[in-house]
Write a protein that binds this ligand. Structure first.
Ligand code: MRU
Length: 335
């Protein structure tokens, strides 16, 4: 199934028994497509955020099982080795539940053989595209219900578009649907330190879509909301716990606090596959801690005294009581 996104149709694919993926670390300067032929390469790509974003990690995990099967055939792995390699893919990043969920789902097809595994993995990809379109439209309905027909000023965080999800995206998909309905004034996008998914990826995607946008430093986000320069905050999620607590990119929680204080709706847009009923609350969500250097350096140049230690949480948890609504492709949940 095509994304209908032009260049972004290549976000992730399956070609001659291997994975192809846009290298998201090279954007916005270069649009490179990587060919991933081994589990080592895939795990490295996931850890370095070459492929990233919860729904896309799910698709990468599904295709990763097919990739592991191909490598097992080539290199004569026994089933214990295959299981161990598949587990490495599932464990490559801990917070986005989609990765582990889809790896386990496709691993369950292993007894049916390589062709069945590939077909099931490709179905995960097609489903992600379809889900994101339905989610986007439902989210736009919700925003208009909450805020009126606009045109609305929408604040968002991190990157949640085609690059992160295929199709239209989660939060960025809602924004795209609003634009198509003539209900969008402009977007305010946080830069999203330390890896700049907002400035490198979201600003790039919005530019591709011709959507008017302003970039703000993460620290400016809550103030901008307090000034009512945003009518609503819309973000994605990496995992929604059973009680409605939401793990998303670090910096999301401060936007939720600011939104509550300003009386602005704080909406989470996420597929059903991001809801994890087996995780009781945010306290049980594993939050990824990444390397100090991502904070103490800026694009390879040291930006703090040598030896400075960092506390580099990649995600935070927004408690359910700060969430106005969670919209999925099937329903609207009001925690
Ligand atoms: O570390 P990343 O870039 O994978 O984090 C992505 C996010 O936090 C997104 O907001 C999330 O996955 C929601 S939808 C893509």
């Amino acid at each position: 199934m095509s994304n209908g996104n032009g260049v972004l149709d290549d976000v992730i694919g399956w070609q001659d028994g291997h994975i192809t993926a846009i290298d998201q670390t090279a954007l916005p300067h270069r649009l490179d497509v990587l060919h991933i032929t081994t589990v080592d390469q895939l795990v490295d790509a996931i850890v370095r955020l070459v492929v990233r974003g919860a729904p896309l990690l799910g698709v990468a995990g599904a295709l990763g099982v097919a990739l592991a099967v191909r490598q097992a055939e080539r290199e004569g792995w026994d089933s214990a080795r295959l299981d161990a390699e598949i587990k490495r893919i599932a464990d490559a990043r801990p917070t986005a539940v989609n990765l582990r969920r889809e790896v386990l789902a496709i691993a369950a097809v292993l007894p049916d053989g390589a062709e069945a595994v590939e077909a099931a993995a490709l179905e995960v990809r097609d489903t992600a595209i379809d889900v994101s379109r339905r989610l986007s439209e439902r989210g736009a309905d919700l925003l208009i219900e909450e805020c009126g027909a606009g045109p609305l000023k929408v604040h968002t965080h991190c990157n949640t578009g085609a690059l992160a999800c295929l199709g239209w995206g989660t939060a960025l998909g809602v924004i795209r649907a609003l634009r198509d309905r003539g209900a969008l004034a402009h977007v305010i996008a946080d830069e999203t330190r330390p890896l700049l998914q907002g400035s490198r990826l979201t600003a790039w995607e919005l530019g591709q879509l011709g959507i008017e946008h302003y970039l703000v430093a993460d620290g400016a986000g809550p103030f901008v909301i307090s000034q009512r320069l945003s009518d609503a905050v819309v973000v994605g999620a990496d995992r929604v716990a059973a009680n409605g607590d939401v793990a998303n990119k670090i910096g999301t929680y401060s936007l939720a606090l600011a939104a509550r204080r300003a009386g602005v709706p704080f909406v989470v847009s996420a597929p059903e596959s991001t809801i994890d009923e087996s995780t009781a609350s945010g306290a049980d969500i594993p939050l990824e801690l990444r390397a100090d250097e991502e904070v103490t350096s800026f694009q390879g140049v040291l930006a703090a005294p040598e030896g400075t230690r960092a506390l580099n949480y990649a995600f935070d948890v927004t408690p359910a009581d700060l969430v106005t609504a969670i919209v999925t492709e099937n329903r609207v949940i009001r925690p």
